[in-house]
Design a protein around this ligand. Structure first.
Ligand code: AP5
Length: 215
């Protein structure tokens, strides 16, 4: 396989962003992430798409899904410019999965499994660099200096949707909308389920084995 086309699935906080960065660096593919794309465009005017709110911000802060039309357009544009990729945060419901099937084939589908209690701890304690996006955790992955990014010296902030109420809603939205997507892909030839509760390096070792086994 030259440049692998990887889909990474899992609940909020499963480590999709953490592991996608490693996949992109190791295999030289694009990291396509709808969450980051939407955060960078939180206030874009989507009123012409006949949506409940006029910008993605309201959906995201509540932990609800941004309308499919907005997200499908972002992914289609990103995929049209990528050879290999790791797709993170999409598809999140069966309609998006159907759209994706019209856009591209996939070589491997990774599913990260983590329990709900662990996800709540990870997300409510996560801190993100406002400059380079590196993740830290107040307990499990502390920076050398509190509030400062080890990588670039940027300020560490808490995401607007990492408060307890939004996190609980995001996990409910995942169960209702995205778990059926995982069930759908479990028949794919390249589907691999990964224990996401291991230490990050052990999760990575399993992911590397899974991708290399397809080559
Ligand atoms: P998005 O940004 O995609 O957020 P998410 O799916 O909720 O996922 P997260 O980024 O929170 O978690 P992650 O799995 O990447 O975990 P991470 O590596 O950071 O989406 C945000 C919002 O955008 C959605 O709610 C929705 O509104 C909208 N949206 C996005 N896509 C959409 C779509 N397709 N359709 C509609 N709306 C959409 O890790 C989490 C923490 O755990 C970190 O602190 C990390 O350091 C730590 N950690 C990671 N791995 C481990 C480990 N193995 N052990 C211990 N700690 C770990």
């Amino acid at each position: 396989m030259s440049a692998p086309r990887v889909l990474i699935l899992g609940p909020p906080g499963a480590g999709k962003g953490t592991q996608s960065g490693r996949i992109a660096d190791t295999y030289g593919v694009e990291h396509i992430t709808t969450g980051d794309a939407l955060r960078a465009n939180k206030d874009m005017d989507i009123s012409d798409m006949d949506t409940e709110y006029d910008t993605p911000r309201e959906y995201m802060e509540a932990g609800d899904l941004v309308p499919d039309a907005v997200v499908n357009a972002i992914v289609e544009e990103a995929l049209s410019q990528a050879d290999g990729f790791v797709l993170d945060g999409y598809p999140r419901n069966l309609d998006q999965a159907e759209e994706l099937e019209d856009m591209t084939d996939l070589d491997i589908v990774l599913s990260l499994d983590v329990s709900r209690e662990e996800l709540i701890d990870r997300l409510t304690g996560r801190r993100v660099c406002s400059e380079c996006g590196t993740n830290f955790h107040v307990e499990f992955d502390q920076p050398e200096e509190e509030g400062v990014c080890d990588e670039c010296g940027g300020e560490l902030i808490q995401r607007d949707d990492d408060n307890r109420e939004s996190v609980e809603n995001r996990l409910d939205v995942f169960e209702e909308n995205t778990q059926p997507v995982i069930d759908h892909y479990s028949d794919h030839d390249g589907f691999v389920s990964i224990d996401g509760e291991q230490a990050p390096d052990d999760v990575w070792a399993d992911i590397e084995d899974a991708i290399d086994a397809q080559e």
